[in-house]
Design a protein around this ligand. Structure first.
Ligand code: GLU
Length: 415
């Protein structure tokens, strides 16, 4: 019988599995495999910094579940990385790949550093060091990494190179999110935002005048800035965006995202929103509490917690980040009838196109952007319809519906 595991590594995973149990949605016996991650790797490896000093770098790779295939999931570089968080993110990845019917399990990696504190040379050493520690447990048929918070195609390139050195042969399908020149897929860079954009377009297809729909976006990194631009270009009213330090806000007419995007991204180095002086400033906390139609958290996890949940006024939240709402906050939001489109659906565009990249690498093919986006749209909207229908039929929230579908797909395969 399923019983609560007090020593669970990931508490959020436990809570989510408990919810499925309590709603009698899944056979309890089958839930046992989700108690803890299947495999946990931790390393503490040294690098020599530019000043000659030695520093120990803490790194993780967690495979949460591998029933449906090799592990899949990004590697993040962040000062707050820890085993519990990496496990939670690997759990979300397991459900995400299952929900979107990708032939993969779920994994995640993390390196506990603030990348802003390291030179390019040091970041390369860290990226290569990560692969030297974990390469035996990685590979196109074992576990396939990708970018996540603060990692990018350049880092994927270093990692690919190091992996190929370790195994002594070319293996582009070992990692996804590479530059197109290095075997990456067209459209992978924008795919996380593009997937969410297709969902929003589908959901609001009957509203002709998109400027009636107001949107606030937290995060102006790859996912946040790209979704802001896609929505702005399609005519939606984006009233606020923010980076980790500053938000900007224009309630009446909405922000001119084209101008802001160019200002931030077209110089030699990326600028900060604090340098943008044309609109009113707003704090990240206040941005989350704006009275908008759609709120899109597109940065880090746990930004809506029990402390601010009651103050959230958005009608709908689309989780472009992984885990932005804590379970206790979610209870409050659901009571307020706020619709939450959960991470494993809303941000699955990234991993979907990652798997297209893997497939192209294995088949030695190169698909054009139109083909990639068409396939992405078909796949994500299928998952969207499935979750929507399940939520309606069972009268449950969208996360629970998505989790039920994913867990069913995972547990259909026997151990
Ligand atoms: N890091 C992304 C995610 O959380 C992408 C993972 C991947 O492409 O494997 O979904």
């Amino acid at each position: 019988m399923y019983d609560k595991n007090e020593n669970a590594i990931c508490k959020v995973c436990q809570i989510e599995i408990e919810k499925l149990k309590n709603a009698n949605l899944i056979d309890e016996e089958k839930l046992k495999i989700f108690k803890n991650p299947r495999r946990i790797l931790e390393a503490n490896f040294p690098i020599t910094r530019d000043d000659g000093k030695i520093e120990i770098i803490q790194a993780f790779r967690v495979l949460y579940n591998g029933n449906l295939g090799p592990g899949k999931g990004g590697i993040r570089f962040h000062q707050d990385v820890n085993l519990e968080e990496v496990s939670e993110l690997a759990f979300i990845m397991s459900l995400k790949t299952a929900l979107t019917e990708l032939p993969f399990g779920g994994a995640k990696g993390g390196v506990k550093i603030n990348p802003k504190d390291y030179s390019e040379n040091e970041l390369e050493k860290i990226s290569r060091g990560y692969i030297q520690e974990f390469w035996r447990y990685l590979g196109p048929k074992i576990d396939v990494p990708a970018p996540d918070v603060n990692t990018n195609p350049k880092i994927m390139g270093w990692m690919r190179d190091e992996f190929e050195k370790m195994i002594g042969e070319k293996s582009p399908a070992f990692i996804t999110g590479k530059t197109v020149a290095d075997g990456g897929s067209e459209g992978r860079d924008k795919s996380t935002a593009m997937g969410a954009f297709y969902i929003i377009q589908e959901k609001y297809k009957n509203i002709e005048n998109k400027s009636e729909i107001s949107i606030a976006i937290q995060g102006f990194g790859n996912a946040g800035a790209t979704i802001a631009k896609l929505l702005f270009d399609a005519g939606y009213k984006v009233v606020a965006v923010s980076d980790s330090k500053t938000g900007i806000f224009e309630k009446e007419n909405g922000l001119n995202i084209d101008e802001i995007y160019n200002f931030i991204y077209s110089g030699k180095t990326k600028k900060r929103l604090s340098e943008w002086d044309k609109n009113e400033k707003i704090s990240n906390g206040d941005l989350l509490e704006l009275n908008v139609d759609i709120l899109i958290p597109a940065a880090l996890g746990d930004v809506i917690t029990f402390d601010n949940a009651e103050k959230i006024q958005a009608k709908e939240i689309i989780e472009l980040a992984n885990g932005p709402i804590s379970p206790r906050a979610e209870e409050v939001l659901l009571k307020k009838n706020i619709l939450i489109i959960p991470d494993l659906l809303a941000n699955s565009g990234g991993v979907i196109v990652s798997v297209f990249e893997w497939e192209q690498n294995l088949k030695n093919e190169h698909w054009d952007l139109e083909t990639v986006n068409e396939k992405l749209k078909t796949k994500i909207l299928k998952a969207y319809e499935e979750v929507k229908n399940e939520a309606q039929e069972k009268n449950i929230d969208w996360r629970l519906a998505a989790h039920k579908i994913a867990v069913e797909k995972i547990t259909q395969k026997s151990e």
